[in-house]
Design a protein around this ligand. Sequence first.
Ligand SMILES: Nc1ncnc2c1ncn2[C@@H]1O[C@H](COP(=O)(O)OP(=O)(O)OP(=O)(O)O)[C@@H](O)[C@H]1O
Ligand SMILES: [Zn+2]
Length: 724
Amino acid sequence: MTVVRVALPVPLRQHFDYLIEANAQVQVGCRVLVPFGNRKLVGIVWQLDPNNSFDSNKLKPVVAVLDTDPVLPALLCQLLSFAADYYHYPLGEVLISALPALLREGRNLADYQPKAYQLTDNGKQLDASTLKRSAKQLALWQTLLRHQLTESALLQQYSRATLKQLIDKQLAEEIIVPPQPFSAPQIAAKGLKLTAAQAMAVTAVTQAFGRFERLLLEGVTGSGKTEVYLQSIASLLSQQQQVLVIVPEIGLTPQTLARFQARFDVPVLCWHSALTDSERLHCWLQASTGAAAIIIGTRSALFLPFWRLGLIIIDEEHDQSLKQQDGFRYHARDLAIKRAALHHCPILLGSATPSLESLHNALSKRFIHLPLPDRAAGQALPQFELVDLKQQVLQFGLASQTLAKIKQQLAQGSQVMLFLNRRGFAPALSCQECGWLTECHRCSAFTTYHKQSRQLVCHHCGASKAIPRQCGGCGSTQLKPLGQGTEQLEENLQQLFPDVAITRLDRDSTRRKGALHQALEDIHGSGARLIVGTQMLAKGHHFPNVSLVVIVDVDGALYSSDFRAPEQLAQLLTQVAGRAGRGSCGGTVLLQTHYPEHALLQDIINNGYASFARSALLERQQTCLPPYQHLAMFSAEAHQTDPCQQWLQQVADGIAAVATVQLLGPIPAPMERRAGKYRWQLQLYSANRSSMHQALEHILRLVSSWPLSRKVKWQLDVDPTDLT
Ligand SMILES: Nc1ncnc2c1ncn2[C@@H]1O[C@H](COP(=O)(O)OP(=O)(O)OP(=O)(O)O)[C@@H](O)[C@H]1O
Ligand SMILES: [Zn+2]
């Protein structure tokens, strides 16, 4: 017997040793099934024969070795181990979370591999007359005598029963045929003639092949970033290298997938949360065998076991969805950079509105900066116009000048898009007599009135209840919707424009399967003339017939305590505005606000995102905020506030004793109560990454011994993007 060290998916920051047969075929990165307490767990072999193991008489044996080859290849193990250290998250949980669910459950990989059937030696030597009484078996035997058959080919002609009979007679056998790596494409469909800026970008990317390099493609909306991606990867594919493209939400932009599929004659696969478990495993296998050439996926595609990775592209690299917001809180962009370094391949980050982090890296020459300052086909960027809402009589939240412009554009046959980042009918119901508002009893938030589903829904904890008949304060029956959400805006617009087809795009309207697809078809096919929606509208769509974008209400987002709020708002406004004027018709953006003099709005409309971002960076530098300082945040949740505050104070004291890290807190989270729990936070700032990490290491070694740690639910977020 010998010893293996195993990483297990348990919230403990340690590994576990087990006994294993000395001649067992096992490698680091393979799964094993081991006893743990009174359960059996799937773990990952992390070290063979560790020399500092405990008394081996006390160790339990491994129950089963589940893989012959590692499911986590060496480079991926290195990435995940780096991630576990960097985010201070238990390694076992990190490793296991990188596997598709079926492998996490311990399923046998071979069961999911493509299969084929061939004759056994017995079968080959058989005298045909033996099968003469069964015509079906004879036919299958004769076919297999000529060549083996894949499972799918076999089942097209023969039944499973016939196959089973031959197998039972030991005449035929099943074999696994690992998928073959993709063949280099013979020809790529012809690309567009590149603009000078696009051509320079493509050259820079192709020159970086074969080594680690970070490139930021800062291209204004509609500048043809996708065309740069497509033309960059052509030569890579011909060298049989794989490409990973990470996108924020793949379901939203089937167009992107279609463009990759149409351009190259190679397998392009998708990876996202809507796949079934077996579809995920299929994709995982295709990545690992090299059968897939291009994988387009959401953030967790980062952990696929590539056969030969040649380039990583992160599209919309500023997008918030790249950061996982619970459990293992990694940032896919940052880990992708690490992955590229491990694979010695370049990584290309693309956005019209780069994150301040990436822009800072580009401006300080750590990243190669590739600007695309103009739209690809020569269209002008949309013109912003501020609509001052002060002292205006509004009709359904729209100023008369906005309505006039909408009418005018509709009359010219264009599409008009109205952006309102609030789904539902109204953000609350309010009592006309005493001012009482419908609140969530579990969160510090109001509940949104959904008229169609006749419910009050809390958008923070998901709780829903029936519409009350009476005010909870005074008993009056005079309850009215307060404010406007997309559901109401759609209804109101239909009243104003009874003959115009409207399509709404938000999480409610697209919940039903196929609904999103239908909505996008309506918009592309010009079935829809008015398009109403939330930030779903902002993500990468190319709707050439939209000439006017109306931003109905930004005021709520202008004054926020979060230091990232201005950056996020500027990105959102620029992305939404960027949907206008992408075809041959010019584009206008009407921005309705009560604060037309607000500095951020003025900067965005007069100078654009690039200018805003550079001055925002300066401000971050002056106020010592990321990316000029590193930030980490502890948060604690409990049914009372005291344990949260006390636990965080203990963390603060522990850190203050050892490190030069600046502390902010403990303070209540901006949303102090969510889903019935109080929430507090402690922010840590440091100019020096290693002293930050030392402080975190130190404190994490202590917390497990504190009795208070069992009374709160605590989390650590390294480089947090969401401080709410
Ligand atoms: N060199 C080119 N010549 C003509 N048209 C081009 C060229 N490159 C791209 N286009 C077209 O410009 C349009 C916008 O391109 P694309 O969707 O790639 O822009 P983008 O930069 O990704 O925009 P966004 O960031 O707003 O999503 C597409 O219709 C594309 O076919
Ligand atoms: Zn709630």
